[in-house]
Design a protein around this ligand. Sequence first.
Ligand code: NAD
Length: 429
Amino acid sequence: MSMAVYNPFENARAQFDKVAEQLNLDSGTRELLRTPMKEFHFTIPVKMDNGSTKVFQAYRIKHNDALGPAKGGIRFHPHETADTVRALATWMTWKCAVVDIPLGGGKGGVVCNPPDLSQGEQERLCRGYIRRLFSQVGPNIDVPAPDVMSNAQHMLWMLDEYETIAGGHYPGVITGKPVGLGGSLGRTEATGYGVVYTLEALLKAKKLAPEATTASIQGFGNVAEYAARLYTEMGGKVIAVSCWNQAAQKAYTFKKSGGCNIEQLVSIKDSFGSIETEKAKALGYEVLDGDAWLTQEVDILIPAALENQITPAVFGKISKKVSVICEGANGPTTPDCDPLIAEAGISLIPDFLCNAGGVTCSYFEQVQCNMNYFWSKEEVLDKLKFTMNKAFDSVYELSLSQKLNMRDAAYQISIKRVANAVKLRGWVS
Ligand code: NAD
């Protein structure tokens, strides 16, 4: 039997089409909302340290801006494709809508592998990205942010390039900037913490004490690290985490049955979220295959790396003990696996709700930049928790009252909000 090949954009469309049908959405709105509004495909020539020039393929895609300026990260990844960016831009529209912030959906990507680039090459790549896109991004047009393998330093180079061309200060053009240079306290933690705020609310609804639960996590980057930190602070035990190993070109899972020491694992990972294998072994961790995170006997699975990880082909390997899946990553579950998850009685918190903490805090960052007045970390995190809980409660209540899974309930809320905006703007009759 050949393995199914999943295309994230087809997945995003399949999820949308299913709920558009449930909502009996008219055909014009359906066509508009299943297609990105604007796409930029461009190349960035970068002068490399050895004197050669390398040309990188790049994308910026605006899915929909009916609710406000497009918002979404820029992913640096060797396997980036136009369809991945289209999917991520589409999910951004639903993400902003579900947490009810006045932003639309966009996403960017560059086909590159930052660990192979020097700091100078990365800086020239970031500046080149903005030079190519200058007229198409802006605080009121489209606002980028970090994503996989892009970070605060990359955002600051991009901001600096934008401001150099524009000849003024426009801190609202990019979020995820360093604190002290227009960044918001709490942004680093926001996505991972947001994942755990939704998990905490679900556990409460299921009358489960976090201290009595265990979890296994895919990824140990920005999202996974802070999810792991807050979850363990709440008393939960992380049994395993997995991450990509650049040298071996494969993923490994690091396991400690008694519970991982997150602080210790953070101290032996690099800036791209890869844990050093030998050091982990020396600290008593079992080093297993990359997909072993999925087969652990835990209550909670947190996929927080990449898309298409939970498929029907691997579903049978998931322990019967698992009762919750928190989608920290974007698109980690394929649409054909959702029915299996529902049949197994697993509660799944869908990606665009579960990981919306990042964009919510990015929105707070823009608000603070506009005021030129910055809140304390406590204030940011309080507002974040309030927003995440409110969004979770509406989705959870709808899922109970309409007997829907949480993904479909979240889609119903988001699609209705965006469909209403395009109708009121007169884009559809
Ligand atoms: P990151 O680059 O900081 O970390 C990615 C992690 O995934 C690393 O630990 C890497 O080693 C691991 N990884 C990569 N390939 C893997 C594989 N095959 N198996 C196991 N681990 C693997 O990225 P991030 O910002 O943490 O993003 C993770 C996911 O969360 C992505 O889907 C991203 O789109 C999504 N997301 C991120 C944010 C954010 O604010 N950073 C917000 C919303 C959603």
